[in-house]
Ligand binder design. Structure first.
Ligand code: BTN
Length: 252
């Protein structure tokens, strides 16, 4: 990885290797007071964690592997999906500046066309009905040229554009975008967040193939409810609502 910048908009901890930046930041927060929006970025993770207990693959120094912490004590746990929404939007909008066809695959994967360019793992701590701490772990494929794992459909910015990118420049811009979406959230301006998110959704138009516990079906996306439930309408105009992991998109 390139040397860390001297000036960065938030506290930045750059380490060459850790098991997982989420674990690193979690353990730091449990030991000492950590400033909101502190970022931990690593060149390499020995056991990068993905959703559903999966691992996250990345060659050393090629991609962005980082975690950022917020303390949204004002936010009720039942509205925690808003955190996924602001993080996804910040990343999508930054990637939009380098290429077209970036979208958010519900709930919070970032896609280029039919391929995954970024994964997000958000881990929240609750205090009563509210969220005391949220660590968003983000892996974005930037400069990697080939992928080795069985991950079904990874893609990097380098593969899309043929260019090499400055990791810290992209990291800085994403952090600034997260900061500004987080201010919107603090101000209670959730309507514009929800609206932006829906506009950015993968396969937001037309009928597409999905699969739930009962098998495959064709449906279109109607909306995403505040708690994060995805509402689909199938061919016989039945509305179907799904929480995370209850439905999957069938990719082309
Ligand atoms: C997914 O499965 O899509 C989520 C992947 C999240 C990977 C990132 S890389 C930085 C941070 N540290 C981790 O261990 N995981 C997240």
């Amino acid at each position: 990885m390139m040397p860390s910048p001297d000036i960065f908009p938030v506290p930045l901890i750059h380490i060459s290797e850790t098991n997982s930046t989420n674990n690193y930041l979690q353990s730091l927060c449990s030991k000492q007071k950590v400033e909101e929006l502190t970022v931990v970025v690593a060149d390499f993770q020995t056991s990068g964690r993905g959703q559903r207990g999966n691992s996250w693959e990345s060659d050393s120094g090629k991609n962005l592997l980082f975690s950022i912490v917020i303390f949204p004590e004002f936010l009720e746990a039942r509205r925690q999906f808003l955190i996924s929404q602001i993080i996804s939007l910040a990343i999508k909008e930054e990637l939009d500046t380098y290429t077209t066809d970036i979208s958010i695959k519900w709930p919070n994967d970032i896609y280029w066309k039919e391929k995954k360019i970024c994964g997000i793992l958000i881990e929240n701590d609750l205090m009563g009905r509210n969220i005391s701490q949220s660590i968003a772990g983000i892996g974005i494929n930037i400069n990697q040229e080939t992928f080795h794992s069985f991950a079904p459909n990874p893609v990097s910015l380098r593969q899309i554009t043929g260019k090499e990118f400055d990791l810290f420049e992209i990291l800085k811009n994403i952090v600034l975008r997260i900061q500004s979406y987080y201010s919107l959230l603090k101000k209670g301006n959730t309507e514009s967040i929800v609206c932006q998110y829906e506009m950015s959704l993968f396969r937001k138009e037309g009928m597409h193939r999905f699969k739930d516990a009962n098998g495959e079906f064709l449906a279109r996306i109607i909306c995403v409810e505040p708690e994060g439930r995805l509402i689909l309408e199938d061919e016989i105009l039945n509305k179907r609502g799904y929480m995370f992991k209850e439905v999957e998109y069938l990719l082309k």
